[in-house]
Design a protein around this ligand. Sequence first.
Ligand SMILES: Cc1cc2nc3c(=O)[nH]c(=O)nc-3n(C[C@H](O)[C@H](O)[C@H](O)COP(=O)(O)OP(=O)(O)OC[C@H]3O[C@@H](n4cnc5c(N)ncnc54)[C@H](O)[C@@H]3O)c2cc1C
Length: 415
Amino acid sequence: MRTMIIGGGIGGLTTALSLHAAGLDCEIVEAAEALRPLGVGINLQPHAVRELTELGLDGELAASGVETTFVTFTDRAGNEILALPRGRRAGYRWPQYSIHRGRLQMIMLAAVEERIGPVRTGLRFEDFEQDGDGVTVTLYDQSSGATLRERTDVLVGADGVLSAVRARLHPQGDPLMWDGIRMWRGVAVADRIMDGATVLVSGSNSAGKFVAYHISATDPRLVNWVAEVKVAEGGVIDEEADWSRPGRLEDVAGHYAGWNHRHFDIPALIAASDRILEYPMVDRDPLPYWGEGRVTLLGDAAHPLYPIGSNGGSQAVLDARVLARCLAGAGDPAAALKAYENERLPPTAALLHGHRSLPTDTWVDLVAERAPDGFSDISEVLTEQELAAMADAQHRLTDADVRELNERPSWSVRR
Ligand SMILES: Cc1cc2nc3c(=O)[nH]c(=O)nc-3n(C[C@H](O)[C@H](O)[C@H](O)COP(=O)(O)OP(=O)(O)OC[C@H]3O[C@@H](n4cnc5c(N)ncnc54)[C@H](O)[C@@H]3O)c2cc1C
């Protein structure tokens, strides 16, 4: 059984590695002329690190990323509201990593090239038709201008938030939903933040949020930052969501001018970045179903999430592993894809709704209301019950159950 994967991002590459590990044939078709280490920081949760460990990437992740110790929420001045242990400190058998997205993609790409062969770049998915025996895929070759028609047994759309496979499967239209928050992102060389391994989240989306964390084991000074500011009411957005769109220093720095943060100088950190990227915080409503017959969706193509729970890449990794497990055990590819969808659609739809409610912000806003001039001890501002509710909200947004993950049998399939 041969699978064609559309998209060589985090989800597509993990799908190829997972199918190969299960003894199944596959290839990746990617629209970009070449896969380059694009993006800035991303977090891999223990549930994803477990799967990447089973694919043999644990050594590379440890050598490149930062093993995250805490996520710490503060008010806009950097006064600590809540610090939650992450990864192994929280009892998981696997760490959480904060890592450069492009570096992660290159680690995965090298493994795909070594184990399977090259990714077919410069080919854009355009259309498919399926019959009882397989799928005919139409690809546009961007270098020659030729249109190619190729057969495959299974087609997986891992082509991201603007997925053309999703548009083909759901032609009624499926708009990008924006909550009015604009995100600016960058990487800068800076002094160590806290212990050098904490994800620091300051402020809230209603009044401006700033997230910063280290992302490199080899250059411990590299800090990834994300500035999130509510600039509009939101709703359906017709702007393209382009992860690589350049942003401007003057558009973002002013929002943080009055902040006097105890851990760093935010305007200086932003100004020290070589490149600033801009992105609207968007998702799409959950779909009633993902695929049809021998065609399915995976990762952001299936369930784009607001990037606030450090979970977009991790959920794509889980999709890939479940898909490979289902296909490996199947005689009938369509039944395998349905089993995959039945397992992955409900939890990712629930996560999507959870992300929309920006759950931890409620508590950060309450702190700003009760202690506008700051505080020295959070117990004077929030009760123990309120802090526990905030911890629970963050847990539901991001985490797998510790015991369940630690004790669940492996999803690896023997060849
Ligand atoms: C360039 C880029 C930079 C990013 N930077 C960040 C970041 O800094 N932080 C963060 O948290 N997340 C970032 N993301 C998003 C993040 O990678 C995803 O949310 C998550 O990892 C899920 O991955 P995915 O594989 O589903 O989608 P993606 O990682 O978005 O990958 C989709 C892939 O499909 C390809 N593709 C799209 N359309 C077609 C087509 N018609 N035919 C063939 N191929 C196609 C794209 O070129 C891309 O390589 C970025 C994504 C991209 C593409």
